[in-house]
Structure formats: C-alpha cells, structure tokens
Ligand binder design. Structure first.
Ligand SMILES: Nc1nc2c([nH]c(=O)n2[C@@H]2O[C@H](COP(=O)(O)OP(=O)(O)OP(=O)(O)O)[C@@H](O)[C@H]2O)c(=O)[nH]1
Length: 341
C-alpha cells in the first residue's frame, strides 16, 4: 500500500466542531473535482483554472501531500461524516520568515453553515501553536464579502488592498488583505467582557499587588548544560511560543509550592524546594495585569521530563536559546541565563 492510502501518517487529523481537517488523499479527487469545478467557487479563487479537470484535482492532491512532507504548506480536506466539504490551506511565506498565508473554500452546497470560520480558524490556531510562525495573512477578492466575513469572525484584521492574478477570470483583480497574530486569534476565540463603568465613577481602590500576575518558572538544566523549554500548546494564550516550565500561583501557594506542583503536572517530574535556586525575575505587562515571574534554576529532579499536556519539549544549548520564540517577558531572562551558564 502506498503513502497515498495512509493520510494520517503524514498529518494527524484536527477536529473542529463537527468537522475533521485531514490530509487530502488520492481517493478525494472525484469529490474535490465536483466541488471546485463550479464557476461560483472557482471564480473567487486566485490559482484555480476553470474548467477544472479531474486530472488537475489528482495532481494537486499529490502535490499537497508532498508539501506537507516537506513542511512548506498544509492544504487539508475539510470533512464531515465522511464527505468532503471543501479545503483549507496554509503556506509558509518563502521570502518572509515566520509569516504564512491562509486560504480556504467551501463547496457551494455547503455554504451558510459556518464551515469556513470553523475550519480556517482551527487551522490558523493550530499553525500558530505548532509551526514556527507569528503572523498569518489572507487575501480575498474585493467582491467576496462572504470570505471577508469569515476572516473577520476568526479575528483577522484588515490591513490594506493589493492585486492578484485570478486564473479562472484571466485577470488581475483587487483583493482585500487581512492579517492575524496570536493576540488577534486568541482574542476572537475568548472575548473578554469589558464591564461598563459609569462615566463619573472613581476607580475602586486596589489592594497592594492586586494587579500582579504571579507566575513561578524554572530553568531545568541537564548534565550537558542544556535548558529545558516547553512550547505553549494550542488553546492557551501565546500558543506556539516557547517558555520555561511553570505556571500561575494558586491562592496560598509560595512560588516554590507552585513550581513543585506545576513541574509534576506538566512534566511528570518531582523536585524538592531545596533544589530550586532563585536566579532572576521577569516584570512585564501581561493580560491587562503585570506579570511578576521569579525564575529558578534546578539541576536535580526525579523522573524524566515529558510533555504531559501535549506540549513539545526541547533541550536547548544556552547559545541557541535566542533561536526560540519566547514571550516578551522572557527576553531579559534568556540573556542573563546565557551569560550565566
Ligand atoms: N510558565 C511560564 N509562563 C510564562 C513565561 N513567560 C511568560 O510570559 N509567561 C506567562 O505567564 C503566564 C503563565 O500562565 P499559564 O497559563 O502557563 O499558567 P497555568 O499553567 O496556571 O495555566 P492556566 O492558566 O491555563 O491554568 C502565561 O500568561 C504565560 O504566557 C515563562 O517563561 N514560563
């Protein structure tokens, strides 16, 4: 059996509500051809010719599998109950490191069911959490109001106009450009209600420290002098950035208590307070509050760290720490750590 029959071997499918996003397979060609060989769909897509032959569908599917394997683009089938509904794709930008382009289309008979935002939103959030990118761009034909609404609903912001060649129309046409990063995509997902304050009300007095977000973090250092970084998983704010393991202090906890608990929960290792050496701290605005984060060093623990919450882990040499995208609060810590180790 060839690779084309084993789609999940190259890409673990993503769930998005009732939808599944998975690698395209050779067997999808007839269904894909039927959906996209439709003037109402093809005329809105830049690179799709019309009429669109079955052979083109077969060739394109093969190319999408090669791109996933090469790590350059992820064009996926949008499926529900075994039926192909459309496609969603993300291509990393060749000339702009850490940027990517998002695209999608849905077969006409499936319009109006919220499939576009569900599928495109999931792929965008997955990409920011799992690929080395920070910004996702998308273009929609100026007249394509439906597609622009999909992007706005996911959290994309409009950032200007451009022009693009549209193969099916044999014309260069104006497109609206959109972009989103981590802040936009998590804000759209988890809207924070802002309480209405009466215009003349004085702000209530705050207890000392009430605006602080207390987080304890730890640089685990192995016998080769490498530091453990963990990647924030999809669904958390700042997903995809690398950080020092740790987390927020629960009520009544000391930073050491919190670290012992977090390192056990997140990595499955046991540390004792005596092995946590205070090293430095971060102080930075975050989530409408102010992050105060002591960073400890730890060279001794029991167990082997593993990403118990699905987070990727990396043991990183001090001189390579700067290659990992980390939250802004960590920048000074990284420099201190590199100089110290
Ligand atoms: N653990 C950790 N958190 C960091 C670092 N740098 C940094 O800005 N933070 C921020 O500190 C906060 C830690 O909260 P968290 O969400 O990980 O805390 P938690 O484990 O209690 O998770 P939860 O809030 O989902 O329960 C996040 O906003 C995170 O982005 C870092 O190096 N390590």
């Amino acid at each position: 059996m060839g690779g084309a029959d084993l789609p999940d071997a190259i890409f673990a499918p993503l769930k998005a509500g009732s939808l599944t996003l998975r690698a395209l397979r050779a067997a999808d060609a007839p269904q894909l051809h039927r959906l996209v060989n439709d003037w109402e769909v093809a005329r809105m897509l830049a690179r799709v010719p019309f009429p669109y032959s079955l052979e083109l569908a077969e060739d394109w599917i093969a190319s999408t599998r090669a791109q996933i394997e090469a790590g350059t683009a992820w064009h996926l089938a949008v499926e529900r109950d075994g039926a192909l509904l459309g496609c969603v794709g993300l291509t990393t930008a060749r000339d702009a490191p850490r940027h990517a382009e998002l695209g999608y289309w849905v077969g006409r008979r499936h319009w109006g069911q919220g499939i576009g935002p569900e599928a495109a939103g999931r792929l965008a959030r997955w990409a920011l959490a799992n690929l080395d990118i920070d910004v996702i761009h998308a273009s929609v034909l100026e007249e394509n109001k439906r597609s622009a609404a999909v992007l706005a609903r996911i959290g994309f912001l409009e950032d200007g106009m451009a022009e693009q060649d549209f193969t099916a129309r044999n014309a260069r046409l104006p497109v609206r450009r959109f972009r989103a990063g981590r802040a936009e995509l998590s804000a759209a997902r988890e809207p924070v209600p802002v309480p209405e304050a009466p215009a003349d009300a004085a702000p209530p007095p705050l207890a000392p420290g009430a605006n602080l977000l207390l987080v304890a973090a730890c640089a685990l250092i192995d016998s080769d002098g490498r530091v453990l970084l963990a990647r924030r998983p999809e669904g958390k704010p700042m997903a995809g950035l690398w950080e020092f393991p740790g987390g927020k202090l629960a009520p009544g906890e000391t930073p050491e208590d919190a670290l012992i608990r977090e390192l056990h929960e997140e990595l499955g290792i046991d540390v004792s307070a005596a092995c946590l050496a205070p090293f430095a701290f971060a102080s930075h605005p975050l989530e409408g509050k102010h992050l105060l984060m002591p960073l400890y060093l730890c060279r001794r623990w029991n167990g082997t760290p593993e990403g118990r919450e699905g987070q990727a882990l990396a043991w990183v040499r001090p001189n390579k720490l700067a290659d990992y995208a980390m939250p802004p609060a960590d920048k000074p810590l990284v420099a201190l750590l590199r100089d110290f180790l």
